[in-house]
Design a protein around this ligand. Structure first.
Ligand code: NAI
Ligand code: MG
Length: 493
């Protein structure tokens, strides 16, 4: 019998102005282990009043607190110290992340390593925020100053909980902003654990506030709050659209990362074994709950039949199991809601295309939101399962004729987050890369993600970029400063 290790249900408070607090209503909500369906924690159910309190604390910290005069060097050191704490506590954080999301522990350990790396990267970048001297045609000096944007409202999803928190907090803090972070309601506990160290590493009260609550009652008031200067969101396209509308009233800066329906394109000349591996890894890693999942597998016709057969054969060997089992390669989906959503797409797929493998719940588990790795083939790109983000282990395999056909199908999507192309022909590879409308394109690989490189989408996958120097730009304002070097009157009047 699989299942998480049973421990006592812990009741958390949330972190506002450097203090642990309950919600003002005193209400809490349960957090689950999706492999056992048991409650593992209770967290505060924050509403608009709590949002007001958190934003007021972030605003005060930005305007009047010691953070306002903390040097870039010291901000960098704070982030390095936080990274150290995270590395020292990798085992604890990875275990919590695996229990709460359902992801395999080995993957959770990679995630926590990436969290620390992200804080280290932006710790280094804090001292490299540079301005310019602008060559204006006058006896004057024109400068460009980069300044923190202010209070950042940050709303994150449940698929990579602490990592999505780091992607948002690290650049904001390096830039000198203050933050109100709202984790997803399904997975708030690793962010709350991290809050235990924020004061120790040198963050003054109010610089980072972590509030736990639901989208409409807690996320929406955060987006609408007039004292929030910027909103960073990762999640569904549906909510992304609502956020843009809500942010309009106060003309907030917004960045959105909204997932996609990313094509993973296999030309007939690709290395076959590597290709099969890449097709499965692209769509099944993290149970397919990945914004950049290669959920449309485009395969050139000469290898199509053999490709589908090989995918099926290898997919059958994927070891589903308890998240904390080190041999597990696929755990349960994060929640009952996500399970229901993915199960319904499996049924839609059976009507729209041919089922090659999987297609249902993984019945060997008595409990837990386990679904079978599922492969549909002969999928038409107009099918719902080829157009809508499923966010689960469901691959749609689509045949294509030639390069032109592949690009046409790849780009025929409302989304444009990521893509991959597999071929040994460097000319074909680059032509395809240039023709694809997506923010991230891999050649002969899919999914490697580095804090040094930009992350974000084209089209309805969102706008703005996270990570690298691009990520910090989104937390900076640009100020023009003009210094007159003429001491005489202008002499105009
Ligand atoms: P969601 O978009 O509803 O939730 C993401 C975050 O937004 C959570 O923190 C949630 O509390 C918050 N939120 C929800 N409604 C809000 C509102 N009205 N105002 C402000 N914040 C709000 O995603 P959900 O419902 O968990 O998953 C639905 C689908 O979204 C998935 O099946 C998947 O297709 C997609 N998704 C994409 C992600 C990505 O990485 N791009 C991550 C998570 C989900
Ligand atoms: Mg939702």
């Amino acid at each position: 019998m699989p299942g998480g290790v049973k421990t006592d249900v812990k009741t958390y408070q949330m972190y506002i102005n450097g203090e642990w607090v309950a919600s003002q209503s005193n209400k809490t909500f349960p957090v689950y282990d999706p492999s056992t369906e048991e409650v593992i924690a209770q967290v505060p159910d924050a509403n608009a009043e709590d949002v007001n309190r958190a934003v007021a604390s972030a605003k005060a910290a930005f305007e009047d607190g010691p953070w306002a005069t903390t040097t870039a060097q010291e901000r960098g050191r704070v982030l390095f110290r936080l990274a150290d704490k995270i590395r020292q506590n990798t085992a604890m954080l990875a275990e919590l992340e695996a229990r709460n999301t359902g992801k395999p522990i080995v993957e959770a350990e990679y995630d926590i390593g990436d969290v620390a790396t992200c804080f280290e990267y932006y710790g280094g970048l804090a001292t490299k925020i540079l301005g310019y001297v602008n060559p204006v045609p006058d006896n004057a000096m024109s400068l460009t100053l980069k300044e923190p944007i202010g209070v950042a409202g940050q709303i994150i999803p449940w698929n990579y909980p602490l990592l999505m928190g780091a992607w948002k907090l690290a650049p904001a803090l390096a830039a000198g902003c203050t933050c109100v972070l709202k984790p997803a309601e399904q997975t708030p506990i690793t962010a709350l654990e991290m809050a235990n160290w924020l004061a120790d590493v040198g963050l003054p009260p109010g610089v980072v506030n972590i509030i736990t609550g639901f989208g409409e009652s807690c996320g929406a008031p955060l987006v609408q709050h007039p004292d929030v200067n910027k909103v960073a969101f990762t999640g569904s396209a549906a909510v992304g659209k609502i956020i843009v509308k809500m942010a309009a009233d106060t003309v907030k800066r917004v960045t959105l990362e909204l997932g996609g329906k990313s094509p993973n394109i296999f030309f007939a000349d690709a290395d076959f074994e590597a290709a099969i591996d890449g097709a499965l890894f692209g769509v099944f890693i993290n149970q397919g709950e990945v914004c950049s999942a290669g959920s449309r597998v485009l395969v050139q016709k000469p290898i199509y039949k053999k490709f589908v057969d090989a995918m099926v054969e290898k997919a059958k060997k994927i070891k589903l199991g308890a998240p904390l089992d080190r041999d597990t390669k696929m755990g349960p989906l994060v929640s009952k809601d996500q399970y229901d959503r993915v199960r319904s797409y499996q049924e839609v797929g059976k009507k729209e295309a041919k089922l090659a493998s999987g297609g249902g719940r993984a019945e060997k588990f008595a409990k837990g939101y386990y679904v079978e790795p599922t492969i549909f083939y002969d999928v038409d790109n107009s099918a719902r399962i080829a157009r809508e983000e499923i966010f689960g282990p469901v691959a749609t395999v689509i045949p294509f004729d030639d390069e032109k056909d592949a690009v046409k199908i790849a780009n025929d999507s409302p989304y444009g987050l990521a893509a991959a192309v597999w071929t040994r022909d460097i000319f074909k590879a680059f032509r395809t890369v240039k023709a694809i409308r997506a923010g991230i394109v891999w050649i002969n690989h899919m999914q490697p993600t580095y804090v040094e490189a930009p992350w974000g989408g084209y089209k309805q996958s969102g706008f703005g970029r996270e990570l690298g120097p691009w990520g910090i730009e989104e937390y900076l304002e640009t100020k023009q400063v003009h210094i007159n070097l003429n001491e005489q009157p202008i002499g105009w009047y």
